[in-house]
Design a protein around this ligand. Structure first.
Ligand SMILES: CC(C)(COP(=O)(O)OP(=O)(O)OC[C@H]1O[C@@H](n2cnc3c(N)ncnc32)[C@H](O)[C@@H]1OP(=O)(O)O)[C@@H](O)C(=O)NCCC(=O)NCCS
Length: 183
């Protein structure tokens, strides 16, 4: 199976980030909830340029595949596949939705699309499982996991900088040998 260049989501366009996204990134990161649940703030154009550079470098290194999520041409979110080890059997999905676009299922649609794309794109490269981690008080993120087919897998004990227990949710690649397996 040949993967599309970018994930395909209902009613949304996903594509790699571009330099021109910098102002919309800065605007999205003004949101307190986004800052609370993400690690690297983007406060100005300089930090946006750094952030965009990290996405480019990660893609080139095969460790980080982030996609701008667009609705009617405007940036409404970010979804990313993080492969700590290129060729490794597990990866992690991350995401955010800009404040004004929340509550419309943007993140679940983007996560679903990224998941299908990733399992197709890296089918020959060993990817078998994608994890979704969230902090224990991030109920909206837990709902995204449930809605995009990431079953609860385990509680993650609190550790710095995370003061609360978290959740790991997980999805496995569905092929002949794994269909029906549980996790
Ligand atoms: C978590 C997040 C990505 C959800 O994105 P989304 O596109 O709004 O997803 P959904 O529309 O499916 O909504 C998910 C839940 O958010 C809550 N929600 C609904 N409308 C909302 C709104 N206007 N504002 C905030 N939260 C809302 C609801 O609990 C909803 O669950 P429900 O469908 O059972 O009612 C988004 O809240 C966000 O970006 N948060 C900050 C960053 C973050 O937490 N990223 C994930 C780190 S693990």
């Amino acid at each position: 199976m040949t993967a599309a260049a970018n994930p395909v989501a209902e009613g949304l366009v996903l594509r790699p980030f571009e330099d021109a996204d910098a102002p919309a990134l800065v605007e999205a990161y003004r949101d307190e909830t986004l800052r609370r649940f993400t690690r690297t703030p983007v406060d100005d154009e300089e930090q946006a340029a750094h952030w965009l550079g990290q996405q480019r470098e990660g893609r080139a290194a095969g460790t980080r595949y982030s996609f701008a999520v667009l609705d009617a041409g405007g940036l409404v979110g970010n979804v990313v596949l993080k492969r700590g080890t290129p060729g490794g059997e597990s990866a992690e999905v991350g995401y955010w939705t800009a404040g004004p676009a929340r509550g419309r299922g943007v993140a679940p649609r983007a996560v679903e699309a990224l998941t299908a794309w990733a399992f197709a794109a890296f089918a020959e490269d060993g990817l078998r499982r994608i994890d979704l981690l969230h902090e224990g008080d991030n109920h909206a993120s837990c709902r995204v996991a449930e809605k995009s087919g990431y079953a609860f897998a385990e509680i993650l004990p609190a550790f710095p900088p995370y003061p609360l227990d978290g959740h790991r949710h997980s999805r496995k690649r569905l092929d002949g040998s794994e269909r029906g397996s549980s996790e």
